[in-house]
Design a binder for this molecule. Structure first.
Ligand SMILES: Cc1cc2nc3c(=O)[nH]c(=O)nc-3n(C[C@H](O)[C@H](O)[C@H](O)COP(=O)(O)O)c2cc1C
Length: 210
């Protein structure tokens, strides 16, 4: 049985464009794969562990092969629960809105929790990082309200799709399909409505041969 993990990083529920496009993809994909098991992870409804002093110290201890204090071990174990849920999936679906040119802070927190040495990456002093999450694939929906790729500098920059796609590659997920809805929601609602419909249709189409 294939397990698909859907990580929703928009808190906007029924107003969320990225979630609606992800659902269009998911419905079409599930229609083709009746055996698929979907784990839906809404980052706003299931609180993540805080990632602060002891968690950061635990990471540095793990990286330097040092012994952790009991407090650090406790934080490390909390992070491992989040990592276990991530790594047990075979496939990933992410919907990622642009927030202030980057990704929403809870998605970044989720990334900081699971991106640990020995879990999702290894490090070699000469060769650098190696991704450890092998044989998996991801489908990612990006949305923005103003920014468009190739747009004028005054309309923002991409530390969003660039960052998240790079993180996927860094941890070893190189089979990535992404779909970008840059609808000018805030500037041209008519243009946005057309682009939104087209992106939903494209998501369904991609689901038929993903
Ligand atoms: C907190 C916040 C920050 C945002 N920052 C940007 C931004 O930097 N650039 C941009 O183009 N759109 C920005 N937007 C607009 C959203 O990216 C856009 O509305 C997108 O469709 C949101 O995805 P969602 O509908 O799935 O929530 C921002 C929206 C919010 C709520």
């Amino acid at each position: 049985m294939t397990k698909l993990l859907h990580v929703n990083s928009s808190p906007r529920g029924e107003s969320s464009k990225s979630l609606a496009i992800a659902q269009a993809f998911n419905d079409a994909y599930q229609a083709r794969h009746s055996e698929l098991k979907v784990d839906a992870w809404n980052l706003y409804q299931e609180p993540l562990p805080n990632y602060a002093t002891n968690a950061a110290a635990a990471k540095m201890a793990a990286f330097g092969h040092k012994k952790m204090t009991p407090e650090q071990e406790m934080e490390w174990a909390r992070c491992e629960i989040v990592y276990d849920r991530f790594v047990e999936a075979d496939e990933y679906l992410f919907n990622v809105p642009m927030w202030n040119h980057g990704v929403p802070y809870l998605l970044k927190q989720w990334i900081d929790i699971i991106t640990q040495p020995g879990w999702v990456f290894g490090f070699h002093p000469e060769q650098g990082y190696q991704g450890l999450v092998k044989g998996k694939r991801a489908f990612v929906i990006y949305t923005s309200g103003v920014y468009q790729a190739g747009g004028r500098p005054g309309f923002g920059a991409d530390f969003h799709a660039e960052f998240f796609n790079d993180w996927l590659r860094f941890i070893g997920i190189t089979n990535v399909t992404d779909l970008y809805y840059a609808g000018y929601d805030l500037l041209s609602p008519e243009q946005a409505a057309v682009a939104y419909k087209a992106t939903q249709a494209r998501a369904q189409e991609l689901a038929s041969f993903w």
